[in-house]
Design a protein around this ligand. Structure first.
Ligand SMILES: C[S@@+](CC[C@H](N)C(=O)[O-])C[C@H]1O[C@@H](n2cnc3c(N)ncnc32)[C@H](O)[C@@H]1O
Length: 284
């Protein structure tokens, strides 16, 4: 245990974002099941929003993306398919991609139990390796800030891959953090738990957050100390933020023509709506 504490003591002072894996271990063994429980927990909206908020978003997306019965919808980082299934219930043919094996297994089971399997395709894949060129989807969604977790070149590549998967005139909706609203301070915190996202046994979580003004991004570093074994995990989570001008530029580079911007989820009643910017872009 002493060795673990020395490792923390000797940690890099301000971790440079490029030095580390940037995101949560969404597809890691055990973590993937534990995060699935968080997606499905209706007591909070940490991994996926709760069902009444999703319902409001789905009505909004239906209208803004011009969806219709029979439309082909691409859900990029679909998680456990909680949105995809609802669109399938309205008659859309949905393809969902995510690299969390537990979430994809859940989405497939849900499609079967809802008798929607013929309308739903769920694929376990890293979206940085996406290739649906010429798939001619009518619309695509990339929700809950996942684009912010990639670095800028990865984000542009992903937007381009999505553009390539859409028909001409097809629409993409992305939801990312509102740069103006993001917390731009450094902070530290800690908590203990019997079990939770980080472990099935008691653990101590030590968290630090660093804001990089020059890059307009935050890096969070977590040390999780497993109290029964003394082992420690080190996890980083990077969040890149973008201005409206950045996103307009990136969308144009990726192959979209018009980009509509909706601050605060167009005033939908979501508990954290003010933190978000939603963009709807049309493929050239
Ligand atoms: C915040 S959750 C949102 C899930 C879903 N869109 C929702 O709102 O319910 C982010 C999702 O992105 C997925 N994800 C993160 N990085 C990914 C990658 N490189 N490839 C595929 N999926 C990824 C995670 O597994 C997780 O399901």
């Amino acid at each position: 245990m002493l060795e673990t504490l020395w490792k923390i003591y000797r940690r890099a002072d301000r971790p440079r974002p490029s030095m580390y894996k940037r995101d949560l271990p969404w597809n890691g063994p055990n973590f993937s099941e534990r995060i699935l429980s968080e997606h499905l927990d209706e007591g909070h909206g940490a991994a996926s929003r709760v069902s009444n908020e999703r319902g409001a978003q789905i009505d909004w997306l239906w209208q803004k993306l011009g969806l219709f019965k029979g439309a082909r919808l691409f859900d990029v980082t679909c998680g456990p398919g909680l949105y995809a299934i609802k669109f399938a219930q309205r008659g859309c043919r949905v393809t969902g991609v995510d690299f969390n094996p537990a979430a994809i297994a859940y989405a497939k089971d849900l499609a079967l139990s809802e008798r929607l399997a013929s309308l739903c395709t769920f694929v376990e894949q890293d979206v940085r390796e996406l290739n649906y060129d010429g798939a001619n989807f009518d619309a695509a969604i990339l929700l809950y800030g996942q684009l912010d977790s990639f670095d800028r070149p990865e984000a542009v590549t992903l937007l381009r891959q999505i553009a390539n998967s859409l028909k001409s005139g097809g629409k993409l909706c992305i939801e990312i953090l509102n740069q103006a609203e993001v917390d731009k301070t450094d902070s530290t915190w800690w908590f203990t738990d019997e079990q939770g996202l980080w472990a099935d046994e008691p653990f101590l979580h030590l968290g630090e957050r660093f804001w990089y003004e020059d890059q307009q991004m935050s890096v969070e570093r977590y040390y999780i100390i497993h109290l029964e074994t003394g082992q420690m995990d080190e996890v980083f989570m990077c969040t890149q933020t973008y201005s409206v001008e950045d996103i307009n530029q990136m969308m144009k580079e990726a192959g979209f023509s018009t980009v509509d911007v909706y601050p605060a989820w167009d005033k939908l009643s979501l508990y954290d709506a003010d933190e978000w910017m939603v963009y709807v872009a049309e493929k050239r």
